[in-house]
Design a protein around this ligand. Structure first.
Ligand code: SF4
Length: 327
């Protein structure tokens, strides 16, 4: 591992100033992600600014929203009684993430800033456009079982790894940041970029901009939400595919609905087409199947991940049938 300077601050503005003023600077929260990438030689910041003890760990509920501080631990958010009762998709996504040991340590902000699990990205001996722009993407014609079927490009087909981000995307959450130019509120749908020709630019955050929290609108929709994650082993693993679904029912039909998917795209994937196939219609197996077909319309599977086209439709059907009482 390359030598680096380490410092800890007690004020968010000091942390922002330090990283913003240092091109090789990086924030560290719980340390469960950045330290692994540094040990593996994937990232090599020369200044690490510890934000894990900033006073940003609050979990607060008001009449119209849930606020989660960026340094709240995954375990504390997952176990919070109001989160469990009023925002079950968030609690379920967190409980499906990582091991209990990691959840005890990892922060909400760090979870949202996780890097892809693409094995080529994590191997500094391999080419990778995301790690080293212009070096190529061996996943396109290589081992691409875990890779994207939507939203990829000829430069990168890696998938986004955060279960939490998928659940927050389904609930139209807002990410609150503090940067060199002050505070911003970013709809989570605008936080993550698709790879295009610059897969190394993963988010719309500027260098030195720190996530300070997340706001989640409180609604009937959020209260009727579920998260389903399909993975290779039950103990802990990243999603092969996952579904976050929230819906309301009105006089026997679907009132409002939000769907977001993990494991199939470079960012949490919304499908307005699948939502339109459900909204205003009776929640039957036929309408659910139509929503699944709309979801995968235009999908571009690769040699080893074509199974995801069928799997994500089945996962969607499973969640919707449970929410609709069809099981
Ligand atoms: Fe790198 Fe993306 Fe290709 Fe993986 S899919 S090797 S992260 S460029």
């Amino acid at each position: 591992m390359k030598l680096f300077d380490y410092t800890r601050t007690s004020r968010a503005s000091d942390a922002v100033d330090l990283v913003a003023g240092h091109p090789g600077g990086a924030f560290i929260g719980g340390g469960t992600e950045l330290t692994n990438l540094m040990k593996d030689g994937v990232l090599a910041p020369d200044l690490v600014v510890d934000v894990g003890r900033l006073d940003l760990s609050d979990i607060g509920v008001s009449k119209d929203r849930l606020h989660i501080g960026a340094t709240a631990r995954m375990r504390d958010v997952a176990d919070h009684p109001v989160v469990r009762e009023r925002f079950p998709v968030v609690s379920e996504a967190l409980l499906a993430s990582a091991s209990p040991q990691i959840r005890n340590r990892a922060t909400i902000g760090g979870n949202l800033m996780q890097r892809t699990r693409c094995w080529y990205y994590r191997d500094p001996g391999s080419a990778c456009n995301k790690r080293e722009p212009g070096s190529g993407c061996p996943a396109l014609d290589g081992q691409n079982r875990w890779h994207a079927i939507h939203g990829g490009s000829d430069h990168c087909i890696a998938v986004h790894p955060s279960d939490l981000a998928v659940s927050l995307t389904a609930l139209d959450a807002t990410v609150v940041t503090l940067g060199p130019d002050g505070r911003r509120s970013i709809p989570i749908g605008d936080l993550y970029r698709l790879p295009g020709s610059t897969p190394d630019e993963e988010t719309t955050l500027r260098h030195g901009e720190l996530i300070t929290g997340v706001d989640v609108p409180r609604s009937r929709l959020a209260a009727g939400s579920r998260y389903l994650k399909l993975r290779d082993r039950a103990s802990f693993e990243f999603a092969v595919v996952s579904v976050a679904a929230a819906l309301t029912r009105e006089r026997g039909t679907v009132g409002d609905v939000r769907l977001a998917f993990g494991g199939i795209a470079p960012r949490p994937w919304r499908s307005p087409e699948a939502e339109d196939a459900l909204r205003g219609r009776p929640l039957t197996r036929a309408t659910i199947a139509a929503a699944g077909r709309a979801l995968v319309d235009g999908a571009r599977p690769r040699e080893h991940n074509a199974f995801k086209v069928e799997l994500v439709q089945r996962a969607l059907a499973d969640v919707l049938e449970e929410l609709g009482g069809l099981k």
